[in-house]
Design a protein around this ligand. Structure first.
Ligand code: BG6
Length: 489
């Protein structure tokens, strides 16, 4: 088995993402034997921590995320802390000698991952300083992992990209979209292209519409200072939702290589029907939660949350109708919706097939009972196919039946965290499940007119109750086309 060797440098080591996702993921890679002893992690942040304090923090974050009673000492002994000031040259000089020492000590052959998990305004400075101060000059490979947000519109994303590209080649840049690390998101491609019964029907002749819902029950939590400027469109649609759309809509790749798969996804994004500012309301709906009850608990409205403007115009919900103007998809709406403080935490894709030409088997002739293929992304992982079959002991009356496959059930163990897989891919040099610059650029180009239109006019907020499935207008969006959202449960 090929075991990657590397030093992973995490900028933002005291931050939330590092604690909640990165340390537990590295631990799982270690525990599962994906990485051996030839690795080290250097935590970089402003605070003046020692290695000991850092290691204690790593240990407690692993324990919190994974119920684990094993001794973590061997694992945390690979962790080092480096207090750091982004703009101070001596920070980079010191980091460089630390990394050189660790290369020798852990025999990592000069392989380095620089993981930027901190305030995006420093991404460019850090990337260039890494190059200028010689931290990329090693005998091995060096890669840059970048967390979202990658800019906050096309112009800022371009600027950021140019800064980074001055120091790293496109092949060395790994832009994270953690949805691409989810087991069932990766499964979309396999379900589509490894089955004879789906791919032939996967087009505008047989599919009437596709619905993607990614709902959250949590509110904005402690992230208001970020979220107020972002909103659901930038936070979820520009990246995760459009990535799922492109996986659902892409043509079969000719090979399973990074280049081929990403170029098929890029073609989908190029075919998105652009939305002009003045027609946004025809295609998109925004919402913001007011107070309500989520899972039996009374919660505040968005405008009452800490650090949120009491007249905030930030959307916490988006529903949209996305059209893909190509041969395969002309006329088939892809409906998406996502939001905070909705009824439940769930991500699901419903593929609705067209009705049969003549229906003799339903009692009520107007009854609409199309075949549905449901891809459950989370928390359940699996697929369900909704069919019609004969009702026992009746004439020829159809009754709905479901064929279900549940990932968790079959494997009998937790599927790996998205971050675990993505970190491992990065160590192996596989960028397939990271976003190419063209994908980022095309996604921003698509959402920019929507956010521009929304910035110009105050939304009629709050317009949905916490604990609901969003504003009424989100239902009307489908009703106009003769469809409705299929229940997510
Ligand atoms: C992140 C967003 O990218 O995705 C968060 O910034 C959101 O606001 C999260 O909560 C949802 O991810 P998941 O994996 O919990 O569905």
């Amino acid at each position: 088995v090929h075991m990657p060797k590397a030093v992973v440098v995490i900028f933002g080591a005291t931050g939330d993402l590092a604690k909640r996702k990165l340390y537990p993921s590295i631990y799982r890679l270690y525990q599962n034997g994906k990485i051996g002893e030839e690795f080290a992690v250097v935590g970089v942040a402003r605070r003046q921590w020692t290695n000991e304090v850092f290691r204690e923090n790593v240990e407690s974050s692993v324990r919190k995320a994974i119920s684990c009673s094993e001794k973590l000492h061997d694992f945390t002994s690979h962790f080092y802390y480096h207090p750091f000031d982004v703009t101070n040259p001596s920070s980079y000089h010191d980091l460089r000698s630390l990394l050189n020492d660790l290369d020798g000590k852990y025999k990592t052959e000069g392989n380095r991952i620089f993981y930027l998990a901190m305030a995006p305004e420093f991404f460019g400075t850090i990337a260039n300083s890494l190059k200028d101060y010689g931290l990329k000059d090693t005998g091995g490979w060096t890669r840059l992992v970048i967390e979202k947000p990658f800019g906050h519109d096309l112009a800022s994303a371009k600027k950021l990209n140019e800064e980074i590209r001055a120091a790293f080649d496109e092949e060395q840049i790994y832009r994270i979209d953690h949805y691409l690390g989810k087991e069932m998101v990766q499964n979309i491609e396999v379900i589509r292209f490894a089955n004879a019964i789906f791919e032939h029907l996967w087009n505008n002749r047989f599919i009437s519409n596709i619905q993607i819902t990614s709902s959250e029950s949590l509110g904005v939590e402690e992230r208001a200072s970020y979220y107020e400027k972002s909103g659901a469109l930038r936070d979820m649609v520009q990246n995760h939702m459009l990535q799922m759309v492109s996986l659902l809509a892409m043509e079969p790749p000719i090979k399973l290589t990074t280049e081929e798969i990403r170029s098929e996804k890029i073609k989908v994004l190029r075919a998105l029907r652009p939305i002009k500012e003045e027609e946004v309301s025809k295609y998109f709906v925004r919402g913001q939660y007011g107070k309500g009850t989520v899972k039996g608990e009374k919660v505040k409205g968005y405008r009452e949350e800490t650090n949120v403007d009491e007249k905030s115009n930030t959307e916490t919900f988006v529903a949209g109708k996305i059209m893909i103007d190509n041969y395969r998809w002309a006329g088939v709406p892809f409906y998406i919706r996502t939001g905070k403080r909705m009824a439940e935490k769930s991500t699901k894709i419903v593929v609705e097939f067209k009705d049969i030409p003549m229906n003799l088997y339903f009692k009520n002739k107007d009854e609409n009972r199309p075949n549905l293929l449901i891809i459950h992304i989370q928390p359940d992982e699996g697929i369900t196919l909704h069919l019609n079959a004969k009702k026992v002991r009746t004439g020829s009356i159809a009754t709905p039946i479901k064929l279900s496959y549940n990932n968790n059930g079959i494997d009998g163990m937790n599927t790996p965290e998205a971050y675990e897989k993505l970190l491992y891919d990065c160590m192996l040099g596989d960028a397939t499940n990271f976003t190419h610059w063209d994908e980022v650029a095309l996604s921003w180009a698509y959402v920019d007119p929507i956010s521009n239109a929304w910035a110009k006019e105050n939304g009629d907020f709050p317009n949905y109750k916490a604990g609901s499935m969003g504003p009424k207008a989100a239902d009307e969006l489908l009703a106009k086309d003769g469809f409705h959202w299929w229940p997510v449960t």
